[in-house]
Design a protein around this ligand. Structure first.
Ligand code: MBD
Ligand code: FE
Length: 281
């Protein structure tokens, strides 16, 4: 089976930073009042920690040094998506009635190759891992089938690596955009992803180690599901029994996002069905 070099935190981080900068549109236009409110509260919150915990100059300098390394290794996207994005997502989607969303994370790449359902994600001839048939239907919140629905999927491989963020993988490995049929049904052949460990050799890994935390996200599929006239949902789906479903470092697991897997009758791996309900625009 293929072997992959793990790559370095700096490689993955630089990739994620470059990806973010490429997608960056005009910066947010917040009012002066809003900026003062948010920046003011964030700065006060950190000052409170310093005063309450009696932070020393040694600790203050360790923080400066660490923040510099976060930038140098390109890990701002990783740091923010792991420790803050879950709250941003909670606020963004609090009024939705359809399927649950969760965080996007740092490894999404737009414009993956488009295929009609039934589809097989692009993968290596000897792609390691358990074959997985991921199928379902996209409807509106009332259950009306969504013709023209799109299911974008990206995931780690059987060794826990994402194409375009780890060396040695084909560009679009285990990434694709699948067009559902005229009743919103989709079938996607892929392989089960492995749990993902945050790079241990970068600034985020350093922090995790210094704090005695673990660096794991449970195995997951990333998705963006959309249909004309409806709100796109960014989500992830998880595998029952993964030891890190209960302590995801990125706090992005929700009970509604747990898959229900079965062995395929033909013995060719596993099958799972998950339906998406999209809110109107
Ligand atoms: C991932 O694969 C991921 O989904 C998140 C949120 C952070 C780091 C790696
Ligand atoms: Fe991920």
């Amino acid at each position: 089976s293929p072997s992959e070099a793990a790559g370095t935190a700096a490689e993955a981080g630089a990739g994620a930073t470059a990806r973010f900068l490429a997608a960056r549109t005009a910066s947010a236009t917040s009012s002066q009042e809003r900026v003062a409110q948010l920046a003011g509260r964030a700065i006060r919150a950190l000052n409170d920690v310093i005063l309450e915990e009696k932070v020393t100059y040694d600790e203050y300098n360790a923080l400066k040094s660490w923040l510099i390394t976060v930038g140098e290794t390109g890990e701002w996207p990783l740091f923010l998506d792991v420790w803050l994005e879950h709250s941003i997502e909670e606020v963004a989607n609090e009024d939705r009635h359809g399927s649950k969303g969760t965080i996007e994370g740092p490894y999404y790449v737009p414009d993956s190759p488009i295929q009609k359902s039934p589809a097989t994600l692009s993968m290596r001839d000897d792609e390691p891992g358990t074959p997985l048939l991921f199928q379902g239907q996209v409807t509106d919140v009332e259950g009306t089938p969504m013709e023209g629905a799109r299911v974008e999927i990206w995931q780690a491989d059987d060794l826990g690596f994402y194409s375009q963020f780890a060396p040695g993988l084909p560009e679009w490995n285990l990434r694709g955009t699948v067009i559902a049929d005229d009743t919103g049904h989709f079938e996607i052949n892929t392989v089960q992803p492995a749990p993902y460990q945050i790079p241990t050799d970068g600034a985020c890994g350093q922090l995790i180690k210094a704090a005695g935390w673990h660096a794991w996200r449970p195995a997951h599929l990333h998705l963006k599901v959309s249909a004309p006239g409806h709100q796109l949902i960014t989500t992830q789906l998880y595998f029952p029994g993964d030891p890190h479903n209960a302590d995801d470092i990125a706090s992005a697991v929700k009970p509604e996002l747990m898959l229900d897997l079965a062995d395929r009758k033909d013995g060719q791996g596993r099958v799972t069905t998950y339906d998406f309900r999209l809110d109107p625009e």
